[in-house]
Write a protein that binds this ligand. Structure first.
Ligand SMILES: Cc1cc2nc3c(=O)[nH]c(=O)nc-3n(C[C@H](O)[C@H](O)[C@H](O)COP(=O)(O)OP(=O)(O)OC[C@H]3O[C@@H](n4cnc5c(N)ncnc54)[C@H](O)[C@@H]3O)c2cc1C
Length: 336
């Protein structure tokens, strides 16, 4: 059974029945079998194989980047198997700005619309024009426009109506030539008259200082999503704890009732898990939203730690955390 350890940044010692790489649509279609469990993999930075997978893992390496521009925009067509950070870096070198806040996120371009990757105040959906897909059932190729992607916070149609139904082959970006930097978030707000390149470099250095590098310490980034709660729930918590960090999600007064996002890292910290180790899984000491593989962790270790965190946060705050990572069992995606 081929090992998946080097195909997932969490690095569990799991395997699959078959592991194949494809570089274009015909090679994907020749490998894909409707009647067998299949998992499409990009960089494996959001996928944790908690058990040996009984099906085929198809690794996407569709490459290629093309560009044209109009008076107002740069248009980029990017193969889903391109590395995300390398693509962002190329955009910076070419002065195609907009993606600077999303530097150093691991993984492939093809996965970016799936959970609508976001960081430091920017989500990728604001710059995606269309997504090119192949329907797994029929092999038909479709173009899905931004609106049809139904983007939300770490969410899109690819996790719902089109979950496990498509291969994303290309993502088409539309970057405005007249752009506004987003420096509202955290440390970026302290920059004095920054350029896009300053934002890009600052994001890289903040990420390097706070997040464990999967090359050194296995992890899959944020393990949980930041929960969005009602104003009532937030006010209950704020009465019991000082200085609860939060962001109003729908600041627009027409969108009521108000929804409030509370950082899951804060909840996990207050529940006593920051820096805690259980078997070979550790809740990261400088970013408790990240679980790390100290070496030799098993899928069971991961599930136990994750379920303990969920139960403790639920008991303390009445909030149900949801995983941001994809957990894969022997037959496919599983939930906690
Ligand atoms: C250290 C670290 C930091 C991170 N920071 C962030 C962050 O700041 N913001 C953020 O949003 N995320 C972050 N992540 C999560 C991760 O990088 C993103 O979710 C990324 O987009 C995953 O890309 P991937 O190619 O590795 O996905 P994979 O894990 O390979 O796949 C993820 C999901 O997408 C599906 N998929 C992948 N490619 C395709 C395709 N071509 N067609 C159809 N389905 C496909 C897979 O089946 C799977 O369900 C971080 C992860 C790590 C390890």
């Amino acid at each position: 059974m081929p090992s998946l350890q080097n195909y997932s940044t969490f690095g569990l010692d799991s395997s699959c029945a078959s592991l194949q790489t494809f570089t274009d649509i015909p090679s994907f279609l020749s490998l894909y079998r409707k009647d067998k469990p299949t998992y499409i993999l990009g960089g494996g930075s959001n996928s944790i194989f908690t058990e040996d997978f009984e099906g085929t893992v198809l690794v996407n390496r569709i490459k290629g980047i093309s560009h044209y521009d109009t008076d107002s925009h740069h248009f980029l067509r990017v193969g889903a198997g391109e590395n995300w950070h390398n693509f962002v870096t190329l955009c910076m070198q070419e002065k195609w700005y907009g993606l600077e806040n999303l530097a150093l996120i691991p993984g492939s371009v093809g996965a970016c619309p799936i959970q609508n990757i976001g960081a430091y105040g920017r989500e990728v959906n604001t710059l995606i024009d269309t997504v090119e897909v192949v329907l797994l059932d029929t092999g038909e190729q479709l173009l899905i426009n931004n609106h049809e992607c139904e983007f939300g916070y770490r969410d899109s149609i690819f996790k719902h109506g089109l979950a496990n139904k498509v291969l994303i082959t290309h993502v088409n970006f539309k970057l405005p030539k007249v752009y506004q930097l987003d420096t509202s978030y955290g440390e970026l707000a302290q920059l004095n008259a920054p350029t896009a390149d300053d934002v890009y470099q600052t994001v890289i250095s903040i990420r390097k200082s706070k997040l464990p590098d999967p090359a050194d310490l296995g992890n899959a980034g944020s393990f949980f999503k930041n929960p969005v709660v009602s104003k009532d729930v937030f006010e209950d918590i704020a009465m019991q704890f000082d200085l609860v960090p939060h962001f109003i999600v729908n600041a627009d007064a027409s969108e009521r009732p108000e929804k409030i996002k509370i950082p899951a890292a804060w909840l996990i910290d207050k529940a006593g898990f920051k820096g805690k180790t259980l078997n070979n899984v550790r809740c990261h000491p400088t970013q408790p939203l990240v679980l790390t593989n100290l070496g030799g962790a098993t899928g069971e270790d991961v599930m136990t730690m994750a379920n303990d965190i969920i139960a403790s946060v639920r008991d303390k705050f009445g909030i149900q955390l949801e995983p941001e990572v994809r957990l894969i069992g022997s037959k496919g995606l599983i939930s906690l």
